[in-house]
Design a protein around this ligand. Sequence first.
Ligand SMILES: [Zn+2]
Length: 204
Amino acid sequence: MRDQPTLEPRARIVGTLASTTTLTGSYDASGLWFRIAEGAFKGRWVTSAVLVATTARAVNGRLPMSAVTRLPSWSVNVSNLPHEPRYLSRAAAVGYLGLAAAFKARFGVALTITEAYRTLSRQQLLYRTLGYPRAAVPGTSNHGLGNAIDFGIARTNAINSPLYFGRSYDVWLTANSKRWGFDRPDYMDRRGSNPEWWHYNFVG
Ligand SMILES: [Zn+2]
């Protein structure tokens, strides 16, 4: 196989592994190739298309549909991927539904979601187009575990959004989201290295 991973699995085949083989190693930044770190094929690459992931990093963006909960249609921020349902891990979905109910009671508005669970291929697309740190390295995003939400209210932009730092929705979410298990990492806060007023992690 090639020394450098490529976007297309056209490399020379140097060996065959039994379908039950357990491998140790790591994915490259694209997530398309996995480098074997131990054993007879140490240093060789395997196309990730044939792998079944088992560790935390490996399942990121590859969760089985049985591991995620489809959210109600009202959760969709129609200004982004308007026809795609949103998914979260089960625990995060329960938290979100409670948070959204309280938000609706307070503001009379649905607490809609721009993006929640993200597949590896979508994370790769965002990483290519936005770059780090706006998009996490594929395989490392909390979105890929179904434990992150980007909130977004349709027809409001970043400047005018009540979700922006210090505005009404933001103040309320900052004060209340922890009751339902959500928090924003420090580095995404207003004075953090990568401020993202729309992003919350489910931390339980
Ligand atoms: Zn996010």
